[in-house]
Design a protein around this ligand. Structure first.
Ligand SMILES: [Fe+2]
Length: 271
């Protein structure tokens, strides 16, 4: 699996087009400034270092980011259709987090994260086509992503911060306190981080399958190319409103699941 020169350039223009069309004001200008700054490195960066991970080839990074944005958009619609809350975060926040979630994979201010592996043995026997650049100081990808955004003066909301910070879900031990909670007040307040994590997993799996089983045409079905924000919103599904049902008195057993006064019910049933 690899991209030719024209595909790499198309993807790069697609990425810039999305920034141009889906964001606005000072934030858009600063995003464009940062992406232009990294252009030479980012356009050719891989998404991972081993061929059996995902998108381990020149241009793999941008290809992955575009796919994650599309998956996130589709999943947003799926969550909405299932009745999940979508009013405490915006599509723009989701797209911003998806766009920048793996920024740290490109490297630090001066150096690439992944450099071609000079060891033929490791390339052949372990599929390690790239190796981690010893010039870059160790940092978790999401932390480096957030560092780079702040370096370029790009502001982000808490939803966007959290989406990027914990997009690896439970694969990253450090995310556990955000995702495992026994306290109702400390549960995630929005579904954005969960949707982005799902989108990242979906995109990575599709990319792995493309490496494993070959092309399947997904390259050409992207939906968000150069799509203005207003146009995107036309494609956000709206769930048909159900007609109101006549009120029924809930049984004591069903009240256990409604968040009603369960301690009172407990007293009635068992004391
Ligand atoms: Fe990713």
């Amino acid at each position: 699996m690899k991209l030719n020169e024209a595909q790499i350039i198309d993807n790069w223009n697609d990425l810039l087009g999305r920034i141009e069309h889906q964001f606005s004001g000072e934030r858009k200008d600063k995003l464009l400034e940062m992406y232009k700054h990294f252009e030479d490195r980012m356009m050719f960066a891989p998404a991972s270092s081993r061929e059996h991970y995902h998108n381990c080839f020149p241009g793999g990074y941008v290809d992955h980011v575009l796919r994650v944005m599309d998956c996130a958009f589709d999943l947003y619609n799926s969550w909405m259709m299932q009745g999940a809350h979508t009013d405490n975060y915006s599509v723009e926040e989701l797209m911003f987090a998806a766009l920048n979630h793996d920024l740290g994979k490109v490297g630090d201010l001066d150096n690439d994260t992944y450099v071609p592996n000079e060891s033929e043995w490791h390339r052949k026997n372990q599929g390690a086509l790239y190796t981690v650049n010893p010039k870059t100081e160790f940092g978790l990808v999401p932390d480096r992503s957030l560092f780079l955004l702040q370096h370029f003066g790009i502001k982000y909301s808490w939803n966007e911060f959290l989406g990027i910070r914990i997009h690896d879900g439970m694969y990253e031990e450090a995310n556990k306190p955000y995702l495992v909670s026994f306290n109702p007040d400390s549960r995630l307040r929005s579904n954005l981080p969960l949707i982005l994590h799902q989108a990242d997993m979906m995109a990575s799996r599709v990319e792995w399958e493309r490496w494993k089983y070959g092309e399947n045409g997904l390259q050409n079905v992207r939906t968000l190319t150069n799509t203005p924000k207003a146009k995107m919103m036309e494609h956000v599904a709206t769930k048909p409103k159900a007609s109101p049902k006549p009120e029924k008195t809930p049984s004591p057993a069903s009240q256990l699941n409604t968040g009603a006064d369960t301690s009172k019910l407990f007293d009635e049933l068992f004391k």
